[in-house]
Design a protein around this ligand. Structure first.
Ligand SMILES: Cc1ncc(COP(=O)(O)O)c(C=O)c1O
Length: 442
């Protein structure tokens, strides 16, 4: 009898082009994508469809905090999916309650609402602010220039960058922008309609710019004085990336440390406000380590403002998402990953500063905290002159050719947002490759 063999799969000579064709024909072209089709990953590395390996120093824009294909995440997903994936928020589920308690433990007295993304978490904060000011007719939220708060209609209105608004006007009313890290400007901008101020602890998309401790403390005081909510967007800079759970905790801890070390003010450590808390905080990205989820925390006095029926989302806080997030908290704690972000991030930053000093015609400066780092490229790098792509995109292309993924921010800044479990030798490999690319541009 004649045996029948299944036909072998067709030979694909250029899988990248095949994948890109699928996108060209079928996917809304709203993203500017790099010419890379990725297929799988392990730890800090990802592989493209041709099998080429890349060190991933972007972790999917600050999302894959445990790197790729971490067995703890897979295990949590499999285990929970065998029990319960989704039941809706008509019912109580233990993982959501436990995750909320974990977040409260890391911030302070308050309550948590779960969403699906960063933009949706911010939408919740906007609604919280509107509810807070509603009976007095106050609704306006001040946000910073160069900020980024998401791509929903309210998100682009809140974002302090014209490029996200263009073509979608008229903007949703109720947002005005103020210069970042300028307390006087914030004070002057407050109108009788103002109800809240929203800032990022470290501006990410805007180019990796941390808030100063004086700005944070000053805003807290100003908001108390004017009866405004102080809201913080920790979507990108939060979740242990700076070495503390939230970026403001790191910024203020460093500041207190510096004050304590200052011989002129020693012994007056407790004269500074021992506790700083915003009134609302949005989170997403690393919270689910790649499983899409977001959340916002509300400080205790305002925690019940959004009562039953005022806010909801079908997929918010599913048992599956929350089980994954709980597992990630566990791994971060057991493996001391906040400490890793602080220490190894500090070493990475020193290396970037060295590169800025050594190659000033290519790198202007280095900035950031922990594993949220950026370096600014010099204007008019001759090798970039012949292309109309931004310097940041051209540098990123060269890094990809060298086998490393980095993330552009704006036209001049390169961001490093590695997984929290990045290893020292991987950091060393990344810096060596960055230096190689810089040298090629001198
Ligand atoms: C600071 C900040 N806020 C909000 C968002 C929006 O988050 P998402 O893309 O999950 O909606 C982002 C995304 O990059 C962000 O960086």
């Amino acid at each position: 009898m004649k045996e029948i063999f299944p036909l072998p799969p067709p030979l694909v000579h250029n899988q990248f082009e095949a994948v890109r064709d699928l996108f060209t024909k079928n996917v809304v072209p709203s993203y500017g994508r790099f010419d890379l089709a990725l297929s799988h990953g392990a730890g800090s590395y990802v592989f493209d469809v041709a099998g080429i390996r890349y060190l991933d120093l972007g972790s999917g824009i600050a999302v894959c905090c445990l790197g790729h294909a971490h067995p703890a995440i897979t295990e949590a997903l499999v285990e929970q999916s065998r029990k319960l994936i989704h039941v809706s928020n008509l019912y109580f589920t233990e993982p959501q309650g436990r995750l909320a308690a974990e977040i409260v433990k890391h911030i302070g007295a308050g309550k948590v609402f779960f969403s699906n993304s960063g933009a949706e978490a911010n939408e919740g904060l906007f609604k919280l602010a509107r509810k807070f000011g509603h009976d007095e007719g106050r609704f306006e939220i001040l946000t910073a220039t160069n900020s980024f708060h998401g791509r929903t209609m309210a998100g682009i209105a809140a974002t302090g960058q014209d490029k996200v608004k263009k073509g979608f006007e008229p903007m949703m009313p109720g947002f005005r922008h103020i210069p970042f890290n300028d307390l006087d400007a914030a004070r002057k901008a407050i109108s009788p309609a103002t109800v809240a101020i929203l800032i990022e602890g470290v501006q990410g998309e805007g180019g990796v710019t941390p808030a100063t401790p004086e700005y944070l403390l000053g805003l807290r005081q100003l908001c108390d004085e004017k009866k405004l909510l102080l809201l913080m967007d920790e979507v990108q800079c939060g979740y242990f990336r700076t070495g503390k759970f939230l970026s403001f905790q790191r910024i203020l801890e460093d500041w207190e440390g510096r004050r304590f070390a200052d011989p002129n003010i020693q012994g007056r450590r407790h004269a500074v406000p021992p506790e700083f808390l915003p009134d609302g905080i949005s989170m997403a990205k690393s919270l689910g380590g790649g499983f899409p989820m977001g959340a916002f925390w509300v400080r205790a006095p305002y925690a019940d403002l959004l009562g039953p029926g005022t806010h909801a989302t079908t997929f918010g806080g599913t048992p599956l998402a929350c089980a994954v997030a709980l597992k990630i908290f566990e791994v971060v704690e057991c493996e001391h990953l906040a400490e890793n972000a602080r220490k190894l991030g500090g070493r990475l930053k020193s290396e970037l500063e060295r590169l800025a000093k050594t190659y000033p015609t290519v790198v202007k400066n280095a900035r950031g905290l922990g594993f949220m780092l950026g370096f600014e490229l010099a204007e008019k790098i001759p090798a970039f002159a012949s292309s109309d792509k931004s310097a940041a995109v051209q540098f990123t292309n060269r890094m990809q050719a060298a086998g490393v993924l980095v993330i552009p921010a704006g036209t001049q800044v390169i961001r490093l947002l590695p997984p929290l479990n990045l290893k020292p030798q991987e950091a060393g490999e990344g810096i060596a490759k960055i230096e190689e690319v810089i040298k090629s541009l001198v």
